[in-house]
Design a protein around this ligand. Structure first.
Ligand code: SF4
Ligand code: FES
Length: 249
């Protein structure tokens, strides 16, 4: 069992200033997940009549992308290719001090404590992250359209992006290029995505800029911290898509 000191960002709402508050926790099992450890803390706070720490979570199995936590200065903590909910306390030692903060980016304003508003990602998706399908009854079976294995694999890899925002949080420019490029690439590589390809990339990039995300300067921190291993190759593909779309006017 471990005893730890947690240094957690507390902030009442978007308008008030936040600060780091110290919380000792004891009896933490190395087999607990990071979020279970926070549950233990919150249970103690509730029993003492104090305000529990607000943090986002849903699936707790690396799928939904909501558990956006900056842990000891890294998005999703010290391990690679996992989300905060998949992080186990065995990654820490008895007596450790752990800093827990929300994502920091202008386009992700803090809602409360560790929860940020990532609706900017939703608006980027709404700007072009879809395909239109004829549902008149003559719809072609998607499986009847031959797709090169390499393209299918790369489209699938891009589609594993869970929209967590770790790429933005770990980028010194708060750029959303890895996220947007994954959402563009998952369609750009498939025949079903070609019909709206020009509008898609133009509209999604326009929305990304309007939301206040920074530019990409090829640092690569996003790729390192992405829990799904989304490759920088997608950014190169999006840039090509954007150039082609711009030339078409
Ligand atoms: S690209 Fe990776 S880090 Fe960025 S939102 Fe998608 S899964 Fe998260
Ligand atoms: S809670 Fe869903 S990915 Fe962590």
């Amino acid at each position: 069992m471990m005893n730890l000191t947690l240094k957690i960002w507390r902030q009442k709402n978007a308008n008030e200033k936040g600060k780091i508050v110290d919380y000792p926790v004891s009896g933490i099992s190395p087999d607990m997940s990071f979020l279970e450890m926070l549950d233990v803390l919150n249970q103690e706070l509730i029993e003492k009549g104090k305000e529990p720490v607000a943090f986002d979570h849903d699936c707790r199995e690396g799928i939904c992308g909501t558990c956006s936590l900056y842990i000891n200065g890294r998005a999703h903590g010290p391990a690679t290719k996992i989300t905060a909910c998949q992080l186990h306390m065995r990654s820490f030692k008895d007596g450790d001090t752990i800093y827990i903060e929300p994502w920091r980016a202008k386009a992700f304003p803090v809602v409360k404590d560790l929860i940020v508003d990532r609706s900017s990602f939703d608006r980027i998706q709404q700007a072009g992250g879809f395909i239109s399908v004829n549902t008149s009854g003559n719809t072609q079976d998607a499986n009847a359209i031959p797709i090169e294995k390499e393209h299918a694999d790369k489209a699938f890899d891009a589609a594993t992006c869970i929209g967590c925002g770790a790429c933005v949080a770990s980028c010194k420019n708060s750029s959303a290029m890895l996220f947007v490029s994954a959402k563009v690439s998952q369609f750009a590589l498939l025949p079903q995505g070609q019909v709206e390809a020009t509008d898609r990339v133009m509209n999604m990039v326009k929305q990304m800029d309007e939301e206040g995300f920074g530019n990409c300067t090829n640092t690569g921190a996003c790729e390192v911290e992405c829990p799904k291993g989304i490759s920088l190759e997608n950014i190169a593909r999006m840039n090509r898509e954007y150039l082609t779309a711009s030339l078409k006017g």
